[in-house]
Design a protein around this ligand. Structure first.
Ligand code: SF4
Length: 730
């Protein structure tokens, strides 16, 4: 089916976050000069692939399209944030890669090459590593921004062509704790088990560790409508963010203590008679153990642990339980912890005890971050999973997927390492690595160490649209197509499968990720027929592979998505309407009951002490996205957010002798970062905050702690201990 519409405006979706806002792409004629920015300016790449950065689309070599509003898409109704509005700027050939690059001598420069040479070099290196060290010495690292088709193709390529178990992706850093908690409690993980429109109509939202105003501004309207409808908003965040300013009640716990906060609320729910006994009896299991764990956490003790005054804790319970319905929504705050699964589990327990799950306008949901954060974790690029959200360790799942792939189930490798563990093994157990759509040199925790691990590899290949910091270290760099130049599906944070449509041809010299997999499969055993480059063909195979699995896409086709502007999974056949709301009749566990899991408070892996007396927490700003590889190349976004900063309270600033804008050094056990001070009363006096979008001396992830959650293997990005000084201090 040809889904590329003929009209000049093509309906598609934003390339960035999990909201997957609808937008139009309209052809622009002419080639005005455009304003330009010199290479080497703040955030602008300097080196191969970098020339000049356009301030407006449509300049020389410009993208040829502009972003326009598309009010018909129900999630954002035309609204876009600055990242979405300027997304076409990254299509400009002056900021992106347009030809393969190879490093012909160790330590030499990256130099232009043809596709055959580039693919031959990758295939030869991966085959050499496999022959010398075995298949698990070859690693694959994917990304939560890859389309469903690419995520599916990459997982299949790793297991069928390379035969390696060593594949994971950067979504492990994003929401894996919420996914694990979701699976544990409900038997199924879909970020939001209800559409966003329900958020505006519920009685009370408890928003935990989510700064929607910076991460996905068009979604703020759901919170505004909630309040207009008489609903209440409680925000839990150590910082008084722009989102927290909207709240009826803002709780600012110490970083890493929101598990205790949830337990304190659950204790009060029981003590003050808010338990929904009928719901607990009819639709859950495991309450006695969860109750005992919560009742062991006295509210006064919770007040000491969290720093949240008891009256505020009590008010939060009254707001949540006093409303006719309610939701808890989490994001990276509670999830990126070494106890992230249990922290999310504590919030789920609160929902279950109050009957706020599996009912209309109620439930627990995770606000997934990356553009295809939901679909990216469903189709097999995760270390332990097969397409359809099946478990790789499950014999029935292996048999089904192996049948679709035409291989013997025993030939599929076992689950491999999680993302950080995989990166930590580079240069030792893993000798060669293929990276697709990820920039771990900036986005991984303990980033200086991870950069050293990349440098220790025998061979590194990176497929990306720009020369990211990780790509700049590669032996071969492949320039690949972007969102507007290819058709493919993503699955937004609601579980709505949407279609990104091709609006223009890529520059000559650029190929799609699917073409890359096809080319490598051909060179590594003649399996190119199993790796079609046509995205719809891949999606048709994905449908078959997912059939009968938890994330069943078998009833979803490109035609349906185009006609219906998105279809919710699970959707087991073509007559099925898709599932907008999950769990209303039963949960996805064997007995249909949601499972309480008893959890207890424990400190962060690293608490402040005499040497490192403060907490560091990290996060995002509205004008940059993830590692900034794309958004740092957009002049308008750079002007709004030109570099990192250290947010600190005036009391702390005074103690340090630091004024607004002064350089401050932040040191953890893993390294040192320097950035200008931003002095504000909107943060706790015992905590500093840094956004993580930049490389260089202000790289926040130089500092972060890779301590892993034992269930999800999520690193503890959100809390570590640091020392802060004026930057010129010895
Ligand atoms: Fe794009 Fe997210 Fe901004 Fe929407 S909120 S325009 S999806 S970055």
């Amino acid at each position: 089916m040809n889904v590329t519409p003929a009209p000049a405006t093509v309906d598609t979706h934003c390339p960035y976050c999990a909201l997957q806002c609808g937008m139009g792409l309209r052809a622009v004629s002419g080639s005005g000069p455009g304003e330009e920015q010199e290479p080497g300016a703040a955030g602008v790449p300097d080196g191969p692939g970098a020339s000049r950065v356009p301030r407006v689309p449509g300049g020389r070599g410009g993208p040829g399209v502009e972003v326009v509003e598309r009010p018909s898409f129900p999630v954002n109704r035309g609204a876009l944030c600055g990242k979405g509005r300027t997304a076409a700027a990254v299509l400009d050939r002056r900021v992106r890669l347009t030809e393969p690059l190879v490093r012909r001598e160790p330590g030499g420069e990256l130099a232009p090459a043809g596709w055959d040479e580039a693919l031959d070099r990758i295939a030869e290196a991966l085959a050499r590593t496999r022959a010398a060290h075995g298949p698990d010495a070859v690693g694959v690292f994917g990304g939560g921004g890859l389309t469903n088709e690419k995520a599916y193709g990459l997982g299949k390529f790793a297991r069928v062509v390379l035969g390696t178990s060593q594949i994971d992706y950067n979504g492990r850093f994003c929401m894996s704790s919420a996914a694990a908690a979701h699976q544990r409690a409900f038997g199924l993980d879909r970020g939001l088990p209800f559409p966003l429109e329900d958020v505006a109509r519920t009685g009370c939202v408890v928003l935990v560790g989510s700064n929607i105003a910076e991460t996905m501004p068009p979604a703020l309207r759901y919170l505004r409508e909630l309040k207009e409808n008489g609903g209440k908003l409680v925000v839990v965040d150590p910082r008084r963010t722009r989102t927290a300013e909207l709240a009826d009640l803002h709780l600012a716990p110490r970083p890493g203590t929101d598990l205790a906060l949830a337990l304190g609320m659950l204790h009060l729910v029981v003590a003050e008679g808010h338990l929904d006994e009928a719901f607990v009896a009819a639709r859950t299991s495991g309450w006695p153990e969860a109750r005992a764990a919560a009742m062991a956490h006295w509210p006064e003790q919770v007040e000491r642990i969290t720093g949240v005054p008891l009256p505020a804790l009590r008010e939060a319970v009254e707001l949540f339980c006093g409303a006719p319905s309610g939701m808890v929504l989490t994001a990276r705050g509670p999830e990126q912890q070494s106890k992230g699964t249990d922290t999310v589990g504590a919030w789920i327990n609160l929902c279950l005890a109050t009957g706020r799950a599996g009912r209309p306008l109620s439930g627990y949901g995770c606000l997934t971050g990356q553009g295809n954060g939901q679909g990216g974790r469903e189709h097999g690029q995760k270390a332990d999973q097969l397409p359809g959200y099946r478990k790789l360790a499950d014999p029935a799942a292996r048999a089904h997927v192996a049948g679709v792939w035409g291989v013997h189930p025993d030939s599929l490798p076992a689950p491999g390492r999680s993302a950080y563990e995989l990166l930590d093994a580079l240069g030792t157990d893993i000798r060669s690595l293929l990276v697709m759509g990820s920039n771990p040199v900036v986005s991984a925790p303990r980033a200086a160490h991870i950069t050293e691990r990349f440098a220790a590899l025998d061979f590194l290949a990176v497929a990306d649209v720009v020369l990211s910091e990780t790509a700049a270290m590669a032996d071969v760099v492949l320039p690949v197509t972007q969102w507007a130049e290819e058709t493919g599906t993503t699955t937004n944070l609601e579980g709505r499968v949407v279609l990104r449509r091709k609006a223009l041809d890529p520059p000559a010299g650029v190929r799609s990720d699917l073409e890359v997999l096809n080319g490598l499969a051909s060179r590594l055993g003649g399996r190119e027929k199993s790796f079609p480059a046509d995205p719809e063909e891949v999606f048709e195979e994905l449908r078959r592979a997912s059939a009968g699995g938890p994330a069943d896409y078998s009833g979803i086709s490109y035609r349906r998505i185009a006609e219906e502007d998105g279809v919710f999974w699970p959707c087991p056949d073509e007559r099925h309407p898709g599932t907008r709301r999950l769990f209303l009749e039963r949960f996805a566990t064997e007995d249909g009951r949601a499972r309480f899991v008893p959890v207890t408070h424990r400190p962060a892996a690293e608490e402040p002490d005499a040497d490192f007396p403060l907490y560091l927490t990290t996060g995002r700003v509205v004008s940059q996205y993830q590692s900034g590889a794309q958004t740092r190349r957009v002049a308008e976004l750079n002007a709004a957010a030109p570099g990192p900063f250290v947010e600190l309270h005036p009391h702390l600033a005074e103690r340090l002798g630091v004024a607004e804008g002064d350089p401050v050094a932040v040191t953890s056990r893993r390294g040192r970062a320097v950035a200008p001070a931003r002095v504000t009363r909107d943060i706790r006096a015992d905590t500093v905050f840094m956004p993580f979008h930049w490389p260089g001396e202000g790289r926040a992830n130089t500092l972060t702690n890779p301590a892993l959650d034992p269930v999800s293997r999520m690193p503890e990005f959100k809390v570590c201990a640091v020392r802060v000084e004026a930057a010129d201090a010895p």
